[in-house]
Design a protein around this ligand. Sequence first.
Ligand SMILES: *Cc1c(COP(=O)(O)O)cnc(C)c1O
Length: 367
Amino acid sequence: MKIEFLDLKAQYKSIRKEINQAINDIINSSEFIMGKAVIELEEKVASYCGVKYGVGLNSGSDALFVALKALNIKKGEEVITTSFTFISTAEVIALLGAKPVFVDIDPKTFNINTSKIEEKITSKTKAIIPVHLYGQPADMDQIMKIAKKHKLYVIEDAAQAIGAKYNGQKVCSFGDIGCLSFFPSKNLGAYGDGGMLVTNNEKIAGYVRMWRVHGAKIKYYHDFIGDSSRLDSIQAAILLVKLKYLDEWSKKRAEKAKIYNQLFKETGIITPYVNPKCTHIYHQYTIRVKEKRDKLVDYLKQKGVPTMIYYPMPLYMQIAFKYLGYKKDDFPESEKASHEVLSLPVYPELNIKNQKLIVQKIKDFFK
Ligand SMILES: *Cc1c(COP(=O)(O)O)cnc(C)c1O
């Protein structure tokens, strides 16, 4: 049988009845926009993350964008983030005319290297956006300490890390704002686009609730310029079903990761490092391949083993950010990671037989 990188069909099969019922209920109610399902999901996701408020939005990117808007980040101001993440994290900063200021990563966790943040802080710095990459929390103790000392906001990009914990506490509950993505391939994925902003700050939540309906509290009376950015009810209903299974799925992902770790023993492959303070939810199981990574990818593809590279180019090297003036090797660890990382299939429905096969093919390549 063909190995999938992520088998969303298998997941659907396991919850088909509930999903179909949930979708049907929305269609029958005609509450497509801002219905009860959205409100219920907002409450449940906020409570799941250990925060007071959740506001459903179009996407994770939107959540990040409106987070910066809500904190009044303006043109010319600076926001610090990691140079090794999906573009959204930094794109939203640039979209507002603010300046993304990159920091290199810790080579072990792939997350922002907190010992290099303070040297980047200037009088224009307003916020830090740590990313919990691959499902492992960034070093939140250090980040919150630095933020407090320099009076900076913290926005957690938790698009890959819903439910992951740092010191036993869920991500999204450390900073001023947490941003979630429900993109279909995320651990809590919709059947389309979706996202959520979560916060303990009532004012921020209120602003974002108005933002997503064109800056209006009362329909057709607009207090400020906003946008159309809502999570739709069908997606919310689907996510309400899936949320019930999220912890069970995360547990299964961690089990698969453990099996890989065992299978890779004594192969020279560098398996994911887990910070003892963290519970990793394994959005990705990402190994480091010191040599011939790209050749390995081709070989595995031929053998029917799908893999992904998150990410082949650090943000500071992207053409889109050329205007920021960074040079090659400004962030050597991000650069190195981009040449060495390789994400393998990891999802609750993946079976051991296929895991063994994947590892065997990697061993064969290096033999
Ligand atoms: C997926 C992702 C986003 C963006 O989410 P969308 O819902 O696709 O807009 C932002 N940051 C990170 C780290 C992501 O992985």
